[in-house]
Design a protein. Structure first.
Lengths: 432, 405
């Protein structure tokens, strides 16, 4: 039937037609634009307004950037070359780059030391950040703080060496006693470390060479972006363990410990960082034994660490509270004691939940390190507002300098937040 | 069986203080308390001996002394002969002013940017993402200084407004943007009749809310839908306009005008205030945008679909279903952003805005040398504000808590 039909009727097709392209309005760029940019009248208006804003931004910034001058010695020379045209004077960046990075009194022949410490920071941070790397690299991470201290501040190598030794001794004592009871191991380790440091202090004083391999640099000579990085890295890494302790203390059943932690956290979180920096600057000295002179940087590090520890504690408390009660009960039913339950069951999960929050605190803290310029420390912002803008050569170069500062901070903060998002995806063990 | 679970009777040994979970917590708390008291005592003794060595004491008497410095933005009466306490109060008011302005503006920026980030318009979405990422990742101090530089360096000087062919001109003949700040018209309230107009205005706003409540109740009780929009608009404009003209226009605007070397009259907003206000608003707005976005995303799509299947229109879905639920997620972080604004307003000291940190913690501290007292009072002020805001937040959280099961 069908056979005869197809043979007999001449106007019936025997083969399928080639597919036609979809209508122009339903494919490709046009469809995309219709759906995404001009789907309705208000939407079209929004698109046009946004495009106008972008056009203004680009046409405003592009000539300024493209006409930028990179190789003069003062703003006056820049203006001479530009001769009235729009253009940036980026030569302030090339001329003062070292000052922006290292401050104005860090000895220039030692710039390689903080530079090397900065590069090694990536090596040290890598095994912590990426779990696929060999675990042996963590040994370098453990040594890194002492190495970085020695590189940046210089002086005799025995100081960081004995500091490291004290920690090693403390760990050995802890490992010896922890089998009996965690508390014994912990307190034993802490006491042993302090004894080692105490004795080490005398030994260092006795054997320190007069001419150390790396010449010592006063910490008041530190400045620029290096100071921001130092404060950020040191304070975040110190405040993480302190924050965990505070969070556990706040969740504790022991009322006295709980209330100490609550008052500390709420007090710190209730006041602005600036007031704490004022404390570091002018008040802290009153509370130290008469005659002690304490580095300003050290005082600032103490206060910023306390500040971020309080915030991290609240983040971790959120993580602890988010764990189902069954996890705590499961740990109890396995017969684990408090320390074991926390170390093996609770904290790994709670910290995993808290990672985005902790990263937020870290980014916020890194941005807040610029506040030290208010108590006349010459960090990146302090350098720009102080020595550079008030010099006769560069008086008036606002935008180039602030743009450079913004770019430096943006790169670091955006990088960290991208890493945190990657880590969240990586750690997501639930299936959705 | 009982021999295993029952605690051993009688013999209390000293080692049980650390090994027995019943007593161990007491041991730990005792140790903590002793350490804390010891630490406090150590600090206290150091403080006393340090103060004695320098011949100082702790006293708040200096608050009554004449401050001896001027404050360039005062709402309450203040001159250089006023006391330090009064200077601190002026500072507190200035802090609250800038914090309030920044909170309102940041909410507007944040809500707009947060909603637009979810728009299906690709260009707008990307532009808003750009705004959020740029402003979140650069320190607020840098933003404050940048806007302050714009205000002081890029704006024309007052003398540029002078002459036949001035290089700068006033916006709408009423706003002057100069490097000494922004001059805008100021309302002048003329005696009692002016206040009556304001009273009528407030009363009509209360009336709008009362009417809407009544209409809603009527809708729920009887199903009768009263018009909402037009009565509200009428209530907003009509009574106040009538009273205003009947009483002979008692509220006038005082326009700024160029006299001598500077603008006179009008409302003078200093560059420092504007820098602090807008930097805080734009910076915190980026954070609020993320909160708003997260809040809207937190509402599952099923809610929209359920509302649609009930036959609600898109506008009503947003107002009656999505927003009430999203607000529950948005408001707690929003309030803590307000707290952040208040605390970050202490950065005023970087641009010389006379807030409480600049008066009490800055000039007063430097003049009297009473660092401990000044900083104590300063911390107390911020602590009070934070605790107040936290209390408000707790009340709110309890009132909107989902009551399930």
């Amino acid at each position: 039937m069908s056979d005869t039909h197809s043979h007999s009727v001449a106007f019936v097709r025997t083969e399928t037609l080639p597919q036609l392209p979809p209508p122009a309005s339903e494919a490709g760029v046009v469809k995309w634009m219709r759906e995404n940019l001009f789907s309705s009248v208000p939407n079209s208006i929004l698109t046009l307004v946004s495009l106008y804003v972008i056009y203004q931004l680009v046409t405003g910034a592009f000539p300024w950037m493209a006409n930028g001058i990179w190789n003069t010695n003062s703003l006056a020379e820049c203006r001479e070359i530009l001769d009235g045209a729009t253009g940036a004077c980026f030569s302030v960046l090339t001329e003062r780059w070292n000052q922006l990075l290292f401050g104005f009194s860090y000895p220039s022949e030692f710039y390689w030391r903080p530079g090397l410490a900065f590069l090694l920071l990536f090596v040290a941070a890598a095994p912590v950040m990426f779990f696929d790397l060999p675990r042996k690299l963590l040994l370098f991470t453990a040594v890194y703080p002492f190495l970085a201290y020695w590189l940046v501040w210089g002086g005799t190598i025995y100081t960081p060496l004995f500091a490291l030794l004290g920690i090693v001794i403390g760990y050995l004592v802890y490992a010896r006693f922890v089998k009996d009871s965690f508390a014994m191991g912990f307190f034993g380790g802490v006491i042993a470390a302090f004894i080692a440091w105490f004795i080490g202090g005398y030994i260092v004083g006795a054997i320190a060479p007069a001419e150390p391999f790396l010449e010592a640099v006063q910490s008041r000579d530190m400045g620029g972006f290096m100071l921001n990085m130092t404060l950020g890295v040191v304070c975040v890494s110190l405040s993480l363990p302190l924050g965990i302790v505070l969070a556990l203390g706040r969740q504790s059943d022991m009322p006295i410990i709980k209330w100490i932690c609550v008052i500390f956290i709420e007090f710190i979180r209730g006041v602005p960082l600036i007031t704490l920096l004022f404390v570091a600057n002018v008040v802290l000295a009153y509370f130290l034994p008469p005659g002690t002179t304490f580095d300003l940087i050290l005082r600032v590090i103490i206060m910023i660490t306390m500040f971020s520890a309080a915030y991290i504690a609240e983040v971790i408390r959120g993580g602890l509270a988010a764990l189902p009660k069954g996890q705590y009960e499961a740990a109890d039913s396995l017969g684990l004691d408090y320390a074991q339950a926390m170390r093996l069951i609770i904290l790994p999960q709670a910290l995993k939940i808290s990672i985005p929050g902790i990263v937020n605190v870290a980014v916020g803290l890194f941005k807040d390190t610029t506040l030290v310029s208010v108590i006349s420390m010459f960090d990146l912002v302090g350098m720009i507002r102080g020595p550079i803008l008030s010099s006769t050569d560069w008086n008036g170069v606002y935008w180039e300098l602030f743009m450079a500062a913004s770019v430096l901070f943006f790169v670091v903060c955006y990088g960290i937040s991208q890493y945190s998002q990657w880590l969240e995806r990586r750690l997501a063990t639930d299936h959705r | 069986m009982t021999s295993v679970t029952d605690p051993p009777q009688g013999s209390f040994r000293l080692s049980m203080l650390i090994n027995d979970t019943r007593y161990r917590s007491y041991t730990f708390q005792f140790i903590a308390l002793v350490l804390l008291i010891g630490f406090m005592a150590y600090l206290g003794i150091n403080l006393v001996s340090n103060l004695a060595a320098q011949g100082l004491n702790i006293s708040f008497g200096f608050l009554g002394d004449a401050a001896g410095y001027d404050i360039n933005q005062t709402v309450v009466e203040y001159d250089s002969q006023s006391s330090h306490l009064r200077a601190a109060v002026v500072g507190i008011i200035n802090t609250l002013i800038v914090a309030f302005l920044a909170c309102v503006t940041a909410t507007i920026f944040g809500v707009i940017a947060g909603v637009l980030r979810l728009s299906n318009n690709w260009v707008v979405r990307k532009l808003m993402a750009f705004y959020v990422e740029i402003f979140r990742n650069i320190p607020v101090l840098i933003w404050i200084i940048i806007i302050f530089s714009i205000m002081t360096v890029s704006m024309p000087a007052p003398r540029d407004f002078r002459g036949e062919d001035p290089s700068a001109s006033m916006l709408f003949e009423s706003f002057a943007f100069t490097n000494r700040g922004v001059y805008s018209p100021a309302p002048v309230i003329d005696g009692a009749s002016g206040w009556i107009v304001i009273g009528v205005f407030i009363a009509s706003i209360i009336g709008i809310f009362a009417y809407r409540r009544y209409a809603t109740k009527k809708l729920y009780d009887t199903g009768q839908l009263l018009p909402m929009l037009w009565p509200s608009v009428a209530l907003f404009f009509v009574p106040v306009t009538l009273v205003y003209f009947i009483l002979g226009r008692p509220i006038t605007l005082d326009y700024p005008s160029l006299q001598g070397f500077n603008f006179q009259g009008g409302l003078h907003l200093r560059g420092s205030l504007i820098a602090l206000w807008f930097a805080l608003a734009i910076y915190t707005g980026a954070f609020i945008a993320e909160n708003v976005r997260a809040g809207i995303l937190a509402i599952s799509k099923g809610q929209t679909e359920a509302a649609a299947s009930l036959g609600l229109r898109p506008g009503r879905i947003m107002n009656l279903v999505i927003l009430p639920q999203a607000l529950r997620v948005i408001i707690p972080p929003l309030i803590s952003q307000y707290l952040n604004i208040t605390k970050n307003s202490s950065l005023a000291i970087a641009v010389g805005y006379m807030d409480v940190t600049s008066t009490l913690g800055g000039i007063t501290l430097n003049q009297t040398g009473r660092a401990i007292e000044c900083i104590l009072l300063l911390m107390l002020f911020y602590l009070t504000i934070s605790l107040l805001i936290s209390a408000v937040m707790n009340v709110y959280n309890n009132s909107v808590k989902l009551r399930e099961r």
